[in-house]
Design a protein around this ligand. Structure first.
Ligand SMILES: [Cu+2]
Length: 337
């Protein structure tokens, strides 16, 4: 067995650490709306309507700097619009609930909006022009320092976004992105993880900020992209320029927990408010589900500490019990720790 365990150890360390996470739900006023689940939805013949854009992201991978000028940078690889959207008021906050995020992947979190000029469900992503509403980078210096992505981990993988109060009402794509910088000291070493969501923003704002194409948000050699985060004296600059007037570097990070599951409003956008299914006695309240590190309601059995909870090809339990959480060891092995 020594040979076998040596082999497994070698495999584990040889695999590039590129398994990460995704936004499993968007939570608004206690109601959670389903994101796109990139490692499972492609296998479903009829996945639920989501508010998150679909992407070719089975490996939970990233967009590398040499692809920043391609359409893959807009909303992740080969992305297509979500069919559903969340209706929010300008000034509201949204909680973006990731399923997990690796501790080594320090970096900034930015959020952008782009108007669709009509419902976003069939929008041409190349026509979108994004303006930045939040951009949070280094929070405390160090080697490496404490970044927005570290704060997300400390908040059970949640990130709070505030929709600026001054934004004109309409349909928008929200582009949410973590850039992982653990390998960014060399060319093409940063890792961008964009994800998009469809929103309908209501209110009486009038701001229509100018934006840029998703293929021109920032450059591969920008100081916040090609950067050594293990330099304790680093004055980190979040890529992509300043956020708009009315934006903030980051909203107060007080994530919401969901108490109900909503059905996303679909194409057309003029219909009723999203349907809300309150928790029933036959289903555990969603609150307990979203505090766990893994995905969907009814995920089934719980893995014990130090057991496997995910990875490519894994079909066993993905929920960690006994106060542990699912940590990405590598693409093929996630462990309850
Ligand atoms: Cu990685």
């Amino acid at each position: 067995m020594t040979k076998l365990s040596t082999l497994i150890g070698a495999l584990a360390s040889a695999v590039a650490v590129s398994a990460h996470g995704h936004v499993s739900h968007v939570i608004h006023k206690g109601v959670q709306f389903r994101g796109y689940h990139p490692a499972s939805d492609p296998y479903s013949s009829n996945p639920p309507v989501a508010v998150g854009w679909a992407a070719d992201q089975l490996d939970l991978g990233f967009v590398a700097p040499d692809a920043y000028g391609t359409p893959d940078m807009i909303c992740h690889r080969s992305a297509t619009p979500a069919k559903g959207h969340v209706r929010v008021a300008a000034g509201d906050t949204l909680t973006l609930q990731w399923n997990t995020w690796p501790e080594s992947h320090h970096g900034p979190i930015s959020d952008w909006l782009a108007p669709c000029n009509g419902p976003c469900a069939n929008v041409d992503k190349n026509s979108l022009r994004f303006f930045k509403i939040t951009g949070q980078g280094l929070i405390r210096p160090g080697a490496p320092g404490y970044y927005a992505a570290d704060q997300l981990i400390d908040n059970d993988f949640a990130w709070v976004v505030k929709i600026p109060e001054n934004i004109a009402p309409g349909h928008y794509v929200l582009r949410h992105e973590i850039i992982a910088l653990h390998g960014a000291s060399g060319p093409n070493g940063a890792q961008s993880y964009p994800q998009c969501f469809n929103l309908e923003i209501t209110g009486s704002g009038t701001a229509k900020p100018a934006g840029v194409s998703g293929t021109a948000l920032y450059g591969a050699n920008d100081p916040g992209v090609l950067v050594n985060i293990y330099d304790a004296g680093l004055d980190y600059k979040v890529p992509g320029g300043a956020f708009i007037q009315g934006g903030v570097s980051a909203a107060p990070q007080n994530p919401e927990k969901a108490t109900a599951t909503g059905t996303p409003t679909t194409v057309g956008g003029s219909g009723p408010q999203p349907t809300v299914n309150p928790p029933s006695s036959t289903n555990p309240p969603a609150t307990t589900l979203v505090t766990k590190t893994t995905t969907a309601p009814g995920t089934g059995p719980t893995q014990s500490p130090w057991g496997q909870c995910g990875g490519i090809g894994w079909s066993g339990p993905t929920v960690c019990g006994s106060g542990t959480r699912c940590v990405v060891v590598n693409d093929y092995y996630h462990q309850c720790q």
